[in-house]
Design a protein around this ligand. Structure first.
Ligand code: ADP
Ligand code: ADP
Length: 226
């Protein structure tokens, strides 16, 4: 089964805005997939529906073959979500943030501690495991958000404009971490309005504009057409 299959997805908000006008796409297991599009294109709406934060108007979403409407909690267990805004407690230590998050998902403490070490190391944060997270640099805070989402060992990691408004140094640090996660087997989908970001990271992408997919394919094929 595809990591994500979206079929004829439609969303009309209560104010009448048609954010998605029949979107279909497939993301293969192991892919690093970008959903590229300008502001207002419908990217956040699509990600919101896939992660069960926004109700769809019509259409279907499957995560590794599991319909998210029919088997919500089962599908959500396969997903990791990195929110756009930093939303961990700045007065907790990175290690505790990760272990407590895992605990919330029912992961035994021993295992959570082992996973926290792996994720902090992968995020280049291990030396900072025991400092107050308030004192982390901007890039470190962003990578901690990624590490936290990985604590539940998701098969599909979803990021909504993970690098919006952050400078190029910080973006590069996040890209490195994301590449490592993908290389270790986790499928990644991210939304972005930076072509450069999609180009640097992704194998496949879809371009969305005004609620419609306007192009879809490999990065190489799409670049050749530009
Ligand atoms: P993107 O993430 O690509 O910037 P969004 O999915 O946020 O696009 O928005 C798509 C369209 O839906 C835009 O016209 C936006 O104004 C509208 N929209 C987004 N969220 C809401 C909402 N909660 N209520 C009404 N309209 C919304
Ligand atoms: P920033 O806040 O700009 O990301 P950091 O203090 O977090 O800076 O980064 C410290 C050093 O670690 C930098 O030299 C950076 O190149 C390196 N670095 C950042 N992210 C990673 C990563 N994911 N893997 C390996 N090295 C990294």
């Amino acid at each position: 089964a595809p990591a994500l299959r979206v079929s004829d997805l439609r969303k009309t908000y209560d104010n009448g805005v048609q954010a998605l006008k029949g979107v279909s796409l497939d993301v293969r297991p192991g892919d690093f997939f970008a959903l590229l599009g300008p502001n207002g294109a419908g990217k956040s709406t699509l990600i919101g529906i896939v992660s069960s934060l926004v109700n769809k108007s019509a259409g279907q979403v499957e995560v590794f073959g599991t319909d998210i409407a029919r088997h919500r909690s089962e599908a959500m267990r396969l997903l990791g979500l990195v929110p756009q805004e930093i939303n961990f407690n700045l007065f907790e230590k990175p290690f505790d943030i990760l272990v407590n998050y895992a605990g919330f998902y029912g992961i035994p403490r021993e295992e959570a501690m082992a996973r926290a070490e792996v994720e902090l190391k992968r995020g280049h944060l291990w030396e900072k495991a025991q400092v107050m997270s308030r004192t982390l640099s901007g890039g470190m805070k962003r990578r901690l958000m990624i590490a936290r989402a990985m604590m539940t060992a998701p098969r599909l990691l979803i990021l909504d404009e993970p690098t919006a408004g952050v400078d190029i140094e910080i973006r590069r640090g996040m890209w490195r971490t994301l590449r490592e996660i993908n290389a270790a087997g986790t499928t990644i989908i991210l939304t972005t309005h930076y072509l450069e970001e999609a180009e640097s990271l992704c194998k496949n992408l879809a371009i969305i504009d005004k609620g419609t997919i306007v192009a879809q394919g490999t990065m190489k094929a799409l670049l050749a057409k530009l």
